[in-house]
Unconditional design. Structure first.
Lengths: 115, 112
C-alpha cells in the first residue's frame, strides 16, 4: 500500500523536553511538508522540503526543526523553545516541489500534548 | 496578506439534500485549488484538485468549480448522506511553486 505514515499517533511531552515526530512516505514524492492544526483553525505551515538535503521555513517555524536526509523521511523535532506545542501535527507530500503544484497527500496525524 | 475564507463555518442539512460549500480568496490570482475532507482526529483526504487550466472537476457525487476572475471556488455535494458528515477544507497556492494556503474549513453535518 502506498501512502504516508506518521508516528506516534499520540505523544505527550513534559516541559523542557524535545520530541521528534516521524513522517515516512513510499509514494516517491519529492516534496514533503509539516503543518500544525489548532482547534477551529486552518492548517499552518511549519517547514517544507522540495528535495533531499534542502528545506525551508514556513509561517511558524520558530521552536521547530527538521531534517531531510532521505527522500522518504521528513522528521519534525519540537524543541523546548516552542512555548505552545499542544496541537495536531500533519505531514504531507506531493510529487513535484518546484516545477508545478501537484496534489498534496496527508498522513493520519500526530496529536501532541504538553503535560 | 493572502487569506482563504470558507463560509459558512458550520452547516447542518437533512439527508438527501444537495448542498454547496464556498471558498474565497483575498487575491483572485489563485493558481489552482484542492478540496479536502477531514474526519474528527484524522488526517486530510484529498477530494478534488482543479489545475490552473481547468474550471471544474467531478468525482462521483462531488463537483468542484474554480472561478479565478472572482477568486471563488464551490464544492457541490449531490444527494447528501450521513457519511458525508466531516469538515471540508479548501486550499491553494498563488503560484506554481509557492506554498499553499488553507481555509479554516466548513463543518458539515448531515442529519438522517
Amino acid at each position: 500500500d502506498g501512502g504516508i505514515t506518521q508516528s506516534p499517533k499520540y505523544l505527550f511531552r513534559k516541559e523542557g523536553q524535545n520530541v521528534t515526530l516521524s513522517c515516512e512516505q513510499n509514494l516517491n514524492h519529492d516534496a514533503m511538508y509539516w503543518y500544525r492544526q489548532d482547534p477551529g483553525q486552518g492548517l499552518r505551515l511549519i517547514y517544507y522540503s522540495q528535495i533531499v538535503n534542502d528545506f525551508q521555513k514556513g509561517d511558524i517555524a520558530e521552536g521547530y526543526s527538521v531534517s531531510r536526509e532521505k527522500k522518504e523521511s521528513f522528521p519534525l523535532t519540537v524543541t523546548s523553545a516552542q512555548k505552545n506545542p499542544t496541537a495536531f501535527y500533519l505531514c504531507a507530500s506531493s510529487m513535484a516541489g518546484t516545477s508545478s503544484y501537484n496534489e498534496q497527500f496527508f498522513g493520519p496525524g500526530t496529536r501532541l500534548t504538553v503535560l | 496578506k493572502q487569506e482563504v475564507t470558507q463560509i459558512p463555518a458550520a452547516l447542518s442539512v437533512p439527508e438527501g439534500e444537495n448542498l454547496v460549500l464556498n471558498c474565497s480568496f483575498t487575491d483572485s490570482a489563485i493558481y489552482n485549488l484542492q478540496w479536502f475532507r477531514q474526519d474528527p482526529g484524522k488526517g486530510l483526504t484529498s477530494l478534488l484538485l482543479i489545475q490552473s487550466s481547468q474550471r471544474e472537476q467531478t468525482s462521483g457525487r462531488l463537483n468542484a468549480s474554480l472561478d479565478k476572475s472572482s477568486g471563488r471556488s464551490t464544492l457541490y455535494i449531490a444527494a447528501s448522506q450521513p457519511g458525508d458528515s466531516a469538515t471540508y477544507l479548501c486550499a491553494g497556492p498563488y503560484s506554481s511553486a509557492s506554498k499553499i494556503i488553507f481555509g479554516s474549513g466548513t463543518r458539515l453535518s448531515i442529519r438522517p
